[in-house]
Design a protein around this ligand. Structure first.
Ligand code: SF4
Length: 542
């Protein structure tokens, strides 16, 4: 049953479904809702909406690209974002619990995507849901608006959050493989305004008696955090220190650009408590850097590391990418050797992924570049594991290598399912199974902050079983794998019982090594890690 309440005026409401938050895949019925009445429509399910949609029925006339996007919907009607398009200004939208059947409940909330006071069509959104039914929508006119945030920390479980992430969305140039949210060509004033608002966002969290932010780890990522001028970065760090309790902080990482960082900047970071720095090196072959559209020279990396050391950093990481188009095993070995010669104690090595809609993915689709063969990519992975282990930095996670005691504690917060808060556009937060991501758009994020609300763009409330499945998925990335006692403490389940079937099958296939303490990927399992991880998620969560 779909139910809509409108407190004043008429509202034309159209239901839109999207799988990726941008492209409307299915447009459902439009209804005019009279003033002060409640509109109900029985037995309206997402599946019905899709099946009844003219666009769905006209599948044969869709372009190949649209058909490609629709095809997953035909197979499964269980995961969408629902948009309500309204024909009048709307101040707020909320979704309450209650769907077609008592068994299908929905919990979540939504906010406007556009300026609340602007007249004309307005898109409201509701988070991804998986029940197959439409959530309740309540619309209010601007006169009925209250300043009450629809998602505020008070509505979230009271819990300690141990990780703090700040997404700085500025880059001097967009690399062609990158799908992180960032914008280019921004002036200092825009960056100052950004920092003002990050501090307001931090204040929203600290003013509320919901999750308690006492970070043990902080990570500034992006984007390129070191594009912030030194005085702006200082104000950001000092402002966060005034709003959150830093007494337990023991790891503070900032990502830095090897092309532009200076000794003075490194010294400033060190002086305000930053104790770990991470440089995006990616490759030591200038042709490979050019293919990725990276705008630094390989020699910038040792120069930056020298400055970081001079400034007092002893925890330094570099990111490397393998499986770059045209890269051979020899050229990857050469990049690894140059990296090892730097004598670091932490390295991150990522296989290149072709994220949808990045220039690199488009070039691949057009046949202008070719992905390296899968076997070669696996050889590169195993070469990195062998070479870095030989120099005392064995893998502790699929993509991360470190000497003893040098593991990135912030990433371990993610991989062990702990609580963290993200500030800035596109930053993700997780608190006890409540997971959401800030709006991945600087302007929309700013508007939400200026309205005094958390700029959440999606909220997922994970069931205990799904949390358990995701925990396995994350921990299988770790070399130590899933430890039964730790897993039981975090999830409340005995993994031996809950996953008896998977452990039996995957163990017998030689993909998992299982002993009395836990289970982990074997070398053979490493080659199909994603497929193994999916085995632990329920079908609707995959
Ligand atoms: S510098 Fe980093 S965040 Fe910015 S575009 Fe390149 S890869 Fe993406």
């Amino acid at each position: 049953m779909l139910s809509r309440n409108v407190s004043q005026g008429n509202a034309q409401v159209t239901i839109l479904l999207a799988a990726d938050h941008r492209h409307v895949l299915v447009q459902g019925e439009t209804a005019s809702i009279p003033i002060g009445t409640e509109h109900r429509q029985d037995n309206l399910h997402v599946g019905d909406l899709i099946r009844n949609s003219p666009r769905f029925r006209s599948g044969g006339r869709l372009s190949a690209r649209k058909a490609e996007r629709l095809s997953p919907l035909r197979r499964s009607f269980d995961k969408f974002t629902v948009f309500y398009r309204t024909g009048q200004p709307v101040s707020a939208a909320t979704a309450g619990a209650g769907c077609c059947t008592p068994a299908q409940t929905f919990a979540g909330c939504g906010r406007l995507r556009s300026t609340p006071t602007r007249p004309g069509p307005t898109y409201d959104w509701l988070p991804v849901f998986t029940t197959g039914s439409l959530p309740i929508l309540q619309l209010e006119t601007p006169a009925a608006t209250t300043a009450t945030p629809l998602l505020n920390p008070r509505a979230l479980p009271q819990a300690q959050t141990v990780g703090l992430y700040v997404h700085v969305p500025f880059c001097s140039h967009k690399c062609h493989y990158c799908d992180f949210y960032s914008i280019t060509r921004q002036g200092v004033e825009r960056m100052r305004r950004f920092v003002d608002r990050v501090l307001v966002e931090a204040q929203i969290w600290s003013d509320n008696p919901g999750p308690i932010c006492q970070p043990r780890t902080i990570f500034f990522g992006g984007g390129t955090p070191t594009l912030l001028p030194a005085d702006v970065m200082l104000r950001l760090i000092e402002g966060l220190r005034r709003r959150f309790d830093f007494s337990q902080l023991h790891e503070f990482t900032v990502e830095a650009n090897p092309a532009s960082v200076s000794l003075e900047y490194c010294q400033m970071l060190r002086s305000v408590g930053v104790n770990r720095i991470s440089f995006g090196a990616q490759s030591f072959d200038p042709r490979e850097l050019a293919r990725l559209e990276r705008h630094h020279h390989p020699d910038d990396v040792p120069r930056s590391i020298k400055m970081a050391r001079q400034a007092g950093f002893d925890r330094i990481n570099i990111d490397l990418i393998y499986a770059i188009p045209g890269q051979s095993l020899d050229s990857w070995a050469s990049s690894l050797d140059r990296a090892i010669a730097l004598g670091l104690r932490h390295y991150s090595c990522y296989g290149l992924t072709y994220e949808p809609n990045t220039p690199l993915a488009v070039k691949k689709r057009l046949g202008q570049i070719q992905a390296v063969p899968e076997e070669l990519e696996l050889s590169m992975l195993h070469l990195a594991r062998r070479r870095l282990t030989e120099v005392g930095c064995p893998p502790y996670e699929i993509s991360n290598y470190a000497a003893a005691g040098q593991h990135c504690q912030h990433n371990l917060v993610y991989w062990t399912g702990q609580n963290y808060i993200g500030l800035g556009p596109a930053a993700a937060s997780h608190i006890q199974g409540y997971r959401f991501r800030n709006r991945p758009h600087l302007g929309e994020w700013e508007q939400a902050i200026d309205a005094g609300i958390l700029p959440a763009g999606e909220l997922e409330v994970l069931s205990p079983l799904r949390r358990a499945g995701e925990l396995v998925m994350l921990q299988l990335r770790l070399t130590r794998g899933v430890e039964f006692a730790d897993f039981a403490g975090r999830s409340g389940y005995d993994a031996r019982q809950l996953y008896a079937d998977q452990l039996d099958r995957l163990g017998r296939a030689g993909l998992l090594q299982i002993d009395e303490s836990g289970f982990r990927l074997t070398e053979a399992g490493l080659n199909v890690a994603d497929a193994i991880a999916a085995e632990f998620l329920t079908p609707q969560d995959r």
